[in-house]
Design a protein around this ligand. Structure first.
Ligand SMILES: NC(=O)C1=CN([C@@H]2O[C@H](COP(=O)(O)OP(=O)(O)OC[C@H]3O[C@@H](n4cnc5c(N)ncnc54)[C@H](OP(=O)(O)O)[C@@H]3O)[C@@H](O)[C@H]2O)[C@@H](O)CC1
Ligand SMILES: [K+]
Length: 508
């Protein structure tokens, strides 16, 4: 499984590198692309009574002419619709020349029951909102309820941002080539692609080297090899010690959720640092997790000197005032290169009017720092990068990471993890069940735990986001945040201990 996710522009460079060897290489790739799409159609829609192939003026349309030819050569009923023809001498013009079905104007299109629509209007070359005749046919197809197979991208979907540009098809299946594009994974693009198939069209993997892609789909191969190992010689403090700062008497639950998640994710010791007025309520609800009083910065500093935790989490239920800001400074000041620090929730909001001061503190710190905002918290620290600016979520997270010096976890159905050096991962295993109070507190506890056990910030954040989402999927309906830490063991068993033992094989 290839995890690189490219932009349409990067894909264009890959295509050009693959085409460079000879004058017919471009048409060769197009024939391979069309053959891959036709193969998927025949495998999945054998019962279709006919095929409408809608072709645009570029190479996406060229792929469509190849598909139309291949289906027609099998004796299937095919009608092709196109308004503008391909440029003379282009690969698409060669494909049109070889296609036995002559195009009709888009205005002649009328849906027919049990026919399949092949969308080859626009793909990676979409440059402006889809309007006019193309928008009209998209509306007609949507109203008809006919199944749609999109070539490369559903027409209207921006391959960079994952957002529609004007009208867009909602496809049942999208067949893309070589690697996924960002628009396939970002929402709402992911939903309007339907099933996604990545076809090999003969482009060598090495073509990607020159592009220097730094964005991946967040899957275990990215971080499983460096998940903290435990051995017979491991003792509780060598497994990492995480400090979680609690809020006052009526806001303690969030920190306890984080603390339990940190322990379940493998930290050998977890300490909740509690204000005096919340000590007894915390004590009543904690068993294996330790508790220590920390009202003031000097009490926090004394704990850091005394116990040297390898990870700390500040934010869940912590309050947005001066105590949280001064605790953040103390944690950042005293961090060593081995310390993993997560600032979540209130710790982000506490710096809403002092973002540059916060970023200066993060840059000056020796620690590994992760920020875990949802879109609302993100907008408080990075108002110029908030959603709705037309810039993709990946790029917004990358710019925020570069600006702050921290690894950014920009949460949502398509959570982005971005490192200050430009690396980014798009998470795809979330479930809507995770949208529940306290879910984020669990996530920040897992990430703090993994850093405290020695994982670098980017990989810890990617791993944390994935296992958190996988826990949510494992539970499904009725999920509340309290369930998530207890689901981690099952998820981790599946992730790491899949081997079937000889005795189990013998029994089966
Ligand atoms: N290169 C290769 O080797 C391979 C490429 N492959 C395939 O090529 C596809 C990319 O091809 P592409 O670059 O030609 O872009 P494509 O999506 O066809 O659109 C460009 C045309 O659309 C037009 N146009 C754009 N937006 C519009 C709008 N809103 N409304 C109206 N018009 C609009 C634009 O017009 P212009 O802006 O130039 O005036 C231009 O004419 C890729 O997705 C994959 O399917 C595969 O065969 C594998 C090998
Ligand atoms: K398309």
């Amino acid at each position: 499984m290839h995890l690189e996710v490219v932009t349409p522009e990067e894909m264009g460079r890959v295509d050009r590198a693959a085409i460079a060897p000879g004058p017919h290489a471009g048409y060769g790739l197009m024939r391979n692309a069309g053959a891959a799409v036709a193969g998927e159609i025949l495998a999945r829609y054998a019962e279709a009574e006919g095929f409408f192939v809608l072709c645009g003026p570029g190479n996406n349309g060229g792929d469509g002419y190849v598909v139309a030819r291949l289906l027609a050569e099998r004796g299937l009923e095919v009608r092709v619709f196109a308004d503008a023809g391909p440029a003379t001498g282009s690969d698409a013009a060669l494909a049109l020349g070889d296609c036995p079905v002559k195009p009709e104007p888009l205005s002649a299109f009328q849906p027919r029951r049990a026919w399949l629509v092949v969308d080859a209007l626009f793909g990676a070359g979409l440059k402006r909102p889809v309007e006019g005749g193309e928008a009209a046919i998209i509306a007609e197809v949507s109203n008809s309820g006919l199944a749609v197979v999109a070539i490369d991208l559903p027409t209207g979907l921006c391959g960079l941002t994952g957002k529609p540009l004007g009208s867009a098809f909602s496809a049942d299946l999208t067949v893309t080539f070589f690697r996924k594009k960002r628009g396939h994974l970002l929402v709402p693009g992911r939903q309007i692609c339907g099933d996604l198939v990545v076809a090999d069209i003969g482009i060598a993997d090495s073509a990607l080297h020159a592009v220097g892609c730094k964005v991946w789909e967040n899957q275990p191969p990215l971080w499983r090899p460096i998940w903290p190992k435990i051995t017979a010689g491991t003792h509780k403090y060598s497994r990492g010690h995480v400090a979680v700062v609690s809020g006052g008497a009526i806001t303690t639950g969030a920190a306890r959720l984080s603390a339990l998640a940190a322990a379940r994710a493998g930290a050998g010791a977890v300490t909740v640092l509690s204000p005096a007025n919340a000590l007894s309520i915390n004590a009543m609800h904690l068993t294996s997790i330790m508790l220590r009083k920390a009202d003031t910065v000097s009490e926090l500093q004394a704990f850091l000197v005394d116990r040297k935790p390898s990870g700390a989490l500040l934010g869940p239920g912590a309050g947005t005032g001066g105590r949280t800001r001064s605790f953040a400074r103390a944690l950042l000041d005293q961090a060593t290169e081995a310390s993993g620090l997560v600032f979540d929730a209130d710790a982000i909001t506490a710096f809403r009017d002092r973002a540059d001061v916060f970023f200066g503190m993060i840059r000056a710190s020796a620690g590994k720092v992760v920020l875990t905002p949802h879109e609302g918290e993100f907008a408080r620290l990075f108002p110029e990068l908030q959603d709705g600016t037309g810039v993709s979520k990946v790029q917004r997270a990358q710019e925020a990471a570069e600006r702050s010096g921290a690894t950014l976890v920009l949460k949502g159905f398509d959570t982005i993890v971005a490192a200050p050096d430009g690396r980014a991962a798009i998470n795809v295993n979330a479930t809507p069940h995770l949208a529940t109070a306290g879910s984020g507190d669990v996530l920040s506890g897992i990430i703090a735990s993994l850093m405290a056990q020695g994982m670098p910030a980017f990989e810890a954040a990617c791993a944390g986001v994935w296992v958190h989402a996988e826990s949510g999927r494992t539970f499904g309906y009725g999920l509340v945040a309290e369930d998530l830490p207890d689901l981690l063991p099952e998820v981790l068993q599946r992730l790491f201990y899949k081997k079937v033992t000889p005795s189990a094989q013998a029994r089966s």
